[in-house]
Write a protein that binds this ligand. Sequence first.
Ligand SMILES: [Fe+2]
Length: 430
Amino acid sequence: MSKPSILIVDDSAVIRKALSKTLDTLGAKVTQAVDGADGLAKARAGRYDLVISDVDMPNMTGFELCEQIKQGQATRSTPVLILSSRDKDEDIERGFRVGADGYLTKSGGQDEFLASVREFLDRQDIIRNRKVLVVDDSTYIRTTVGEALEKSGFHVIRAENGRQALDRLLGGEVPDLVASDLDMPVMDGVQLCKALRADDRFKNIPLLIMSSTDDRAVIRRMFQLGAAAFLIKPFNMEQLVHTAEKLLSDHFRNLLLEKERLRQEHTLMLGSITSLIQALEARDVYTRGHSEAVAEIAARLHDLGKIGIPDAILLKPGKLTVKEYEIIKTHPTIGAEILRPIPSMAPLIPAVLSHHERIDGTGYPHGLKGKKIPLWARIIAVGDIYHALTSNRPYRDPMPEERVLEIIHDATVGHLCSDCVAAFLAFLES
Ligand SMILES: [Fe+2]
């Protein structure tokens, strides 16, 4: 979340000051109100990620303030946390009855308070502007479910059946969560679920099933098809909202974890490459071993940039479109960019960047000609084509070696460096 904005409502200046100071540690922008009436005016005038209110105040109590906030069209999705010295069960219950999202007693201490505020802000961050697609043939369900979600801060779009839902997705309106009925005309929930799971663009969207069936076989089948949750009608809206929030927070937490994992992997990989190179540089620059090692590393790394190419393109079994091929062609540049921040990788960059250049200047990314192409890059180009032709590909069997050598030999016209090819063929013969 950027900078969360929090409204503190308390008639005690000392408490307002103490809370502000505590919230500073979260980097929050804090506004203060001196009583319930002031709090309501400020809540209506601004946009807050959280309102923290005392109960016993002049002009308007915290309970009344909370009730008003929850009834106002513009303010009802703002979470309210009541912080009171009243700690009787009946007071706490009353707080939740007027719509409070949380109730803390002032005796709870700073850690509990901060943990609770942090939880509210995280939750706000997760659901703010998240789009939920509600799919149900019943107007009543679309309305009540939609309104309950909107009231909690979700953005809601609606569809009357699976077909309409899919059309919305294909039309570019991709939700963060789909809440769908099972039994619908035209296309039912099972078909919708299958269609979503079969499409790479939509298969990770969490699917919440809402159905009046309590048949365990049906429920099990939906989970097996990839549904993330199943609510049996009639359910209360509280249950629905909580389930939606839970699914989204799990989903986004997983995405964050995955991103972090990739980042760590990347750092780790760069770390090991760096130490490899350092070990290399510790040797005499002019030894044969050095050259071989540089060649080996450059050859291993030449396609490093492919980690930046989307899987859907890189692993596509069929023919690539012109646009997809253009994307594939960025891999030498991406690879060079990955290595650039590491000073010790500098000697490898030309080889990585230029391994798809061609002698006649028709290669990429820079269209370099002849000896302008770095030697390592020209050497790798030969090895690359040999390896590509002799290994198995999804679309063809490996070629016989004789035919491969013929192709490589012919490629010295235009494509490959003739000196490198000669050296390569001599090496194979020996
Ligand atoms: Fe490549």
